[in-house]
Design a protein around this ligand. Structure first.
Ligand SMILES: [Fe+2]
Length: 273
C-alpha cells in the first residue's frame, strides 16, 4: 500500500459521519497532517517528542493558563482565525483577542481614568477619537471595552499587588461619537515562556515579546463588533510581535502623552464572512 492509498482509506472512514461539518474538518485535518508528516519525513523519535510536548501543554493548562492558545498564537493561527472570521466587511482592522479580557469591567464616564493603582512607572496617556460608520458619520451609543497592562507590564489578573479591574473600563459614546480615555502609555511585555510554547519559540531563535498595546472591543447596535489593538509606534517589537497581531493601520504615535484614533464599524449586514 502507498501513502496515498493509506490516506484514501483513512479519509473514507469518515464517509458515514452523521455530522457533515465535523467530517469536513476532520478530513481536512487528516489530509494536512499526512501531508505534513510526509513533507518533513517525520522520524519516530520526532513523532514521540511532539506527542510528549502536547501532553506537557495539556498538563500546564488551568483556568488561568491556556498553553494551547499560546501555541495557537505563536504559530499565527489565532490571528488567521480572526482574519477569516472578520471577513472583508471594511472598517477598523481586527487583531487577536488575547487571554486577558475580563467580563464585567467597570462602566466609566467619558474622560474618566482607567487607572486604579497609580505606579511610579506610569506615563500618563490620553486616548481620544471617534467611533464612525463606513461613511464617516459618528455612531452614538457605541461601547469601547478597553484593557491594558499596568506600567509594570502585568495585567491585573497576573499581579496580586494590583486591584481587580485595574486598567480596564467600558466607555459609551454620545451623539458626537467621540471618546476620551485617561490611561497609561502601554509597555512591551512577554508572553509566558515556561512551557512548550516558550520552548518552541526559543529553540527556533524567536523571542516572546509583544509590542506595547491597548486592547479594544468596539461595538454598537446594528454594527459589526471589532476586536482590535492600538500599538505604540515606538515599541521595540513593532516589527516582530510574537503573536503576529500588528497591522500598520493600528500603529499610533503615543510619545506626546496624547493619541488620537478613529474606530470605524461596518454594518452588521455586511459582516458575514
Ligand atoms: Fe495584551
Amino acid at each position: 500500500m502507498t501513502p496515498e492509498q493509506h490516506l484514501a482509506e483513512v479519509l473514507a472512514s469518515y464517509d458515514d459521519s452523521p455530522n457533515d461539518r465535523l467530517a469536513e474538518i476532520t478530513r481536512s485535518l487528516v489530509r494536512h497532517l499526512h501531508s505534513f508528516v510526509t513533507e518533513v519525513g517525520l522520524t519516530r523519535e520526532e513523532w514521540f517528542r511532539g506527542i510528549e510536548e502536547l501532553k506537557r501543554a495539556g498538563q500546564l493548562c488551568t483556568d488561568e493558563r491556556q498553553e494551547f492558545v499560546l501555541l495557537s498564537d505563536t504559530l499565527g493561527v489565532s490571528m488567521l482565525v480572526e482574519m477569516i472570521n472578520h471577513g472583508d466587511a471594511g472598517g477598523t482592522e481586527p487583531t487577536v483577542f488575547g487571554p486577558f479580557h475580563l467580563e464585567g469591567a467597570p462602566r466609566k464616564e467619558m474622560g474618566e481614568s482607567i487607572i486604579v493603582d497609580v505606579m511610579d512607572t506610569d506615563q500618563n496617556l490620553v486616548v481620544t477619537g471617534s467611533v464612525l460608520d463606513l461613511d464617516g458619520n459618528p455612531i452614538e451609543g457605541a461601547e469601547l471595552d478597553v484593557w491594558e497592562t499596568a506600567s509594570n507590564g502585568f495585567y491585573d489578573v497576573q499581579d496580586e499587588n494590583q486591584s481587580e479591574m485595574n486598567m480596564r473600563g467600558i466607555f459609551t459614546t454620545g451623539a458626537d461619537g467621540r471618546y476620551e480615555i485617561h490611561a497609561v502609555r502601554p509597555i512591551d511585555y512577554t508572553i509566558p515562556d515556561d512551557g512548550p510554547g516558550g520552548d518552541l519559540l526559543f529553540n527556533n531563535g524567536r523571542h516572546n515579546w509583544r509590542p506595547a498595546h491597548f486592547h479594544f472591543v468596539v461595538s454598537a447596535p446594528g454594527y459589526r463588533s471589532v476586536i482590535t489593538h492600538l500599538f505604540d509606534s515606538e515599541s521595540n517589537y513593532i516589527d516582530s510581535d510574537a503573536v503576529f497581531g500588528v497591522r500598520d493601520s493600528l500603529v499610533v504615535d503615543m510619545a506626546s502623552g496624547t493619541c488620537d484614533f478613529d474606530f470605524v464599524l461596518a454594518p452588521e449586514a455586511a459582516a458575514q464572512p
